[in-house]
Design a protein around this ligand. Sequence first.
Ligand code: GRF
Length: 191
Amino acid sequence: MAAIGIGILGSGRGSNCRAILERVRAGTLCAEARIVISDVFDSGILRIAREFGVPNAYLPPGKFRTKLEPEAELALVQMLRGAAVELVVLAGWMRVLKKPMLEAFPHRILNIHPSLLPKFPGLEAWKQALASGETVTGCTVHFVEAGVDSGAIIAQREVAILPNDTAETLHARIQIAERELYPEAISQFCE
Ligand code: GRF
């Protein structure tokens, strides 16, 4: 199988990015990490990229809080193309992507969300699941499309909600499931 060139975008800690880079390094995920990009200058995800020797960049996001400034989004497309990225992997990326990215990478942008979509889209999905009284939640890898957390589903994993769970314990178990599910889902894109 030929390795697929991936670009990872994130705004935070980077635990999913670390899980993916560990699998790439171990040779158990047929992908090559070509670049890691963050909209947060001192984010954990950029430190992880450096630790793994992956090219990385800070992208100044501009004046908006939930999306990139149009010029910044065009710059992002150029950075990803310049790095020969074939598949864009969002790992804790906190800005909604718009036309420039969606048109440059149609059906080639993935995201991981901490619930069994279509249940509980949006922020802090594990808290929503806990408050709902459900006994099962989980995580979902899906395509990024124009709507938030609404693109076609690629893979899901269930996580039980335990009677004594707090938001923190439940979130921690969902994140363990995410770190297994995301590399598996990416491997579906290897040729
Ligand atoms: C993940 O839990 C994912 O569900 C959400 O953002 C979080 C990022 O965590 N989209 P990390 O930066 O990968 O640790």
